[in-house]
Design a protein around this ligand. Structure first.
Ligand code: NAD
Length: 432
């Protein structure tokens, strides 16, 4: 079985390399020529743990080929995974034009039976639209099925997640499509949920919306803890032991970001609303998340009085640890606000500086976490990279002008920071 993967971003590239490692011959295509050139040379265009090595191994073994011509990719493949982007339109609706574009090209190049699998996150009934598009643009006797196989990987542990998923969701319309997808995932040990395509599509959107809701819920409770002197870390621990709730995604902080949660919450809300349903719960999820930025700015102002001409050192720019991805990262909104206030921003991130420089070429970037602290009035922690958790507080103290830490991810304990006489402002708990 030959597998074609169209769209080689975080999901497509990880998926393509996973299938190659599972022993299938994989053909990858992307319309970004620079990306393809890099991939052909064995250079991974994104940072994702383990991906570099797997790319080299699969190229070496000739298990994967990167093709510039999308029509060749389609014609050569038995199964085609659509992994293109599904961004948000200005009105909050999902922009499915990339999926449509690929569907049309598939239609025009069908040569025998193909299984077309949507892996991109899409609204319910998108598979029906893909099917209709292919029928409209192909010959009457076109022989194909469309299936939904949503992806649940997390950036930062994408490869681990594709080999060790919590579940694999397979949305199909018939036995043939089901058997093909089961064959592809045969060697992955995970529960396989077989559904119709609409159900599979909803599973993905509902999962992401639910996780985002958990984050906004705990952030809402964190606000109450701050007002009342309670401790959100203990509250989360106390809640998390309840198996019905679970401890995951109960970390209060600066809120969610990234390519998925913000757009998927918006899309799911939009879909519910378009069917006349009350999905206002998700409106609140988004509102609470957006207000995190103001809460952090408030903490800085409460500590520093005026932000004008104050040097703010930032640790962490990526939307989460272990990735270079800054799409919809809280850091973008925070840096924008700091610059509007007239602050001097110096920032460090282990992997995301190059991406951030494209948006903010004129702020100061440090080569390590200590360099950015020189003469800083405050340290603001935005992303909880491991390297920020073990630090030399004596050294930090010597470097900074005034000793204030605003910890947007609750990575330190009050006692350890107060010992060095810092002013420490975490989220949802007070040290004083
Ligand atoms: P991405 O932007 O990193 O990758 C998309 C790729 O598709 C880009 O490289 C782009 O050049 C390519 N592309 C667009 N149109 C094309 C076309 N016509 N032909 C060929 N290539 C084309 O996006 P991503 O993060 O990989 O996400 C892709 C999809 O997977 C989205 O729907 C997203 O919601 C979903 N998803 C993402 C994650 C994640 O953590 N990033 C997790 C699960 C699901």
């Amino acid at each position: 079985m030959k597998i074609g993967v169209i769209g080689l971003g975080y999901v497509g590239l990880t998926t393509a390399l996973t299938f190659a490692k599972l022993g299938f011959k994989v053909y990858g295509n992307d319309k970004d020529k620079d990306k393809l050139e890099k991939l052909k040379k064995g250079i991974c265009p994104i940072y994702e743990p383990g991906l570099d090595e797997l790319l080299a191994e699969m190229l070496e073994k000739n298990q994967i080929e990167f093709l510039e011509d999308i029509t060749e990719t389609i014609r050569i493949s038995d199964v085609i995974f659509i992994c293109v982007g599904t961004p948000t339109n200005p009105d909050g609706s999902p922009d499915l034009s990339q999926v449509e574009e690929v569907s049309k090209i598939i239609a025009e190049n069908l040569n025998g039976y193909k299984l077309i699998v949507e892996k991109s996150t899409v609204p319910v009934q998108t598979a029906q639209w893909i099917k209709r598009t292919i029928k409209l643009y192909s010959n009457e006797d076109a022989n194909f099925d469309v299936a939904s196989n949503p992806e649940f990987l997390r950036e930062g542990s994408a490869l681990y997640d594709t080999f060790n998923p919590d579940r694999i969701v397979i949305g199909v319309e018939n036995e043939r499509a089901k058997e093909i997808l089961l064959k592809i995932y045969e060697k992955i040990n995970a529960p396989k949920i077989i559904t119709d395509v609409n159900t599979a599509e909803i599973i993905k959107h509902a999962s992401n919306a639910f996780l985002a809701m958990k984050i906004s819920f705990i952030n809402m409770v964190a606000d109450l803890c701050e007002k009342t002197g309670a401790d959100i870390k203990k509250v989360a621990e106390g809640m998390g032991y309840d198996k019905r709730i679970g401890r995951e995604f109960l970390n209060a902080g600066i809120g969610y970001g990234g390519y998925c949660f913000p757009k998927d919450v918006k899309a799911f809300y939009y879909i519910g609303k378009s069917y006349g349903l009350d999905f206002s719960l998700l409106e609140a999820v988004e509102r609470i998340n957006n207000s995190r930025i103001d809460r952090v700015m408030e903490k800085l102002k409460n500590a520093l009085w005026n932000l004008k001409n104050k040097k703010i050192a930032i640790w962490g720019l990526s939307f989460k640890p272990n990735t270079d991805d800054i799409r919809e990262a809280p850091s973008i909104k925070i840096v924008k606000k700091l610059l509007e206030e007239g602050s001097i921003v110096s920032a460090y991130d282990p992997k995301a500086i190059e991406n951030f420089k494209k948006l903010f070429p004129n702020i100061i970037y440090g080569k390590d976490k200590y360099e950015v602290l020189e003469n800083a009035n405050a340290l603001l922690i935005i992303t909880e990279w491991d390297e920020f958790k073990n630090v030399d507080f004596e050294k930090i103290k010597k470097l900074m002008r005034t000793h204030i830490i605003v910890d947007g991810r609750n990575i330190f304990e009050c006692e350890e920071v107060l010992k060095y006489k810092f002013e420490y402002y975490p989220i949802g708990r007070s040290c004083y």
